[in-house]
Ligand binder design. Sequence first.
Ligand code: AAO
Length: 517
Amino acid sequence: MTRMLLGFVVVGVLAGICAAQFNPNVLCDRTSIVHLFEWRWEDIAAECERYLGPNGFGGVQISPPNENVIVKNPDRPWWERYQPASYKICTRSGDEHQFRDMVTRCNNVGVYIYVDAVINHMCGAGAGKGNVSTCGSPYDTIKREFPAVPYSSVDFNDKKCKTESGGIENYGDANQVRDCQLVSLLDLALEKEYVQSKIADYLNVLIDIGVAGFRVDAAKHMWPGDILAVNRKLNDLNTRWFHNGTQPFIYQEVIDLGGEALSVNEYIGIGRVTEFKYGAKLGNVIRKLNGEKMSYLKNWGEGWGFMQSDRALVFVDNHDNQRGHGAGGASILTFWDARLHKMAVGFMLAHPYGFTQIMSSFRWPRNFVNGKDVNDWVGPPSYNNGSTMAVTINEDTTCGSGWVCEHRWRQIKNMVIFRNVVNGQALINWWDNGNNQIAFGRGRAGFIVFNNDNWDMDVTLYTGLSPGKYCDIISGQKEGNVCTGKQISVSENSLANFVIKSSDEDPFVAIHVNAKL
Ligand code: AAO
């Protein structure tokens, strides 16, 4: 009896501990984070205060804050930030002072910071010897020396990797994927206690400043046990903003579309994991590729072979696959396909599966040559000296200077709020026409209707909502006591008529209890 009780207590305590890294640590009435890709810390601080806090965003994924090598050929690509030179907080986004100011100001308005942690590798083998890095720290890739950390040749996996080239040649071989170089990036020997400590020291500096968690870049290329060993060295979050004993949120970048040696299952015990099938398959459905239809979304989530919902971090597109890097291919919906992208993000935010992330991009001069975008490397809006431009805000609240700011598009911003309002409510009252018109509710708190068919829709549906007049938050929103877009009347028996033309600017309608007149 005592032993049984003890067993029960131990399991209970462990579950409590484990649950922590899966918890995004957002405020309880917030449900999404936004990736402000390549933004400067100053601009993020201002955005937290003027926009993200007031509109219910839970947090921001930021670009890697640690020093990187400067790549000159091509000229300052966005991807140079995935080539660490040291763990000093010093990049095109800003210095340590600006970083601390951002974390403090965002945390103070309940918008938390998630750091993209590049810990699998240092810079590319071809960088050579020099100090052309964002803070001037020296490196020697021939000798494998990074004195500012310091790392030396014994801290890299060169001896462990068994391929001739030293790089990953076959994704069907788990040892290669973990022990060899990913696109010739110098692969750290993460099984070494010394390397684990150096990484944990870096992450703990960030935790102590006040960040809430980490995206673990290239997690697939590290052994799960080594990631776990680093996690065990991490501090609890700063008690100025978080409860005593709160652990950092961990979400690991593992691309698993199936058919390779390793799978997300090896990582879901450690923290959350990116579900790359989500954006790839949703793109197929909304684009109507391969005979896909929106009505098939009825069992979206685990029913489509995704990992369990409480382990998944989901997005329609990310900084890689919106420009042909990473995985997902041509099905991925980005701001370049704005109308379909808004529908996909709208569906994602209305559907209860996973923890949701919104992409916020910058524009670049896309140029397809033989099907490949030869400008997929182009970095953020910047001046001739390489420094990143400030994000400017237009009078209509959209962004200027080349920043796309999808998170500020009314339809997306309002769906972020929708998700907060319906948080915890079950998906019910599903309806579809067997084709590309669907509708569903979230408890009695919200209802959404899509028409992705090529013909107009005029249907009366059971919404589950209490009677009254509601503002559609897609074609407009509730402002004071009026709807700036469509108005939807819910009858005494909870029915409402929805008319969505296939030619509507946005062929979907969403209503929720906080948008009731
Ligand atoms: C740059 C240059 C390189 C140069 C290198 C070093 O482009 O030519 O050798 O510098 O000098 C980013 C850029 C890279 C850049 C790098 C460093 O994307 O172009 O290299 O910074 O500056 C794999 C990884 C995944 C990774 C992704 C891009 O698994 O972790 O590649 N993403 C992260 C970041 C990313 C960053 C890094 C990692 C590195 O988000 O921004 O790179 O820090 C398969 C595998 C995937 C694999 C992809 C692409 O995917 O499954 O694991 O991702 O290939 O290699 C079908 C399959 C699907 C497959 C896909 C593509 O869809 O179903 O599984 O085809 O083949």
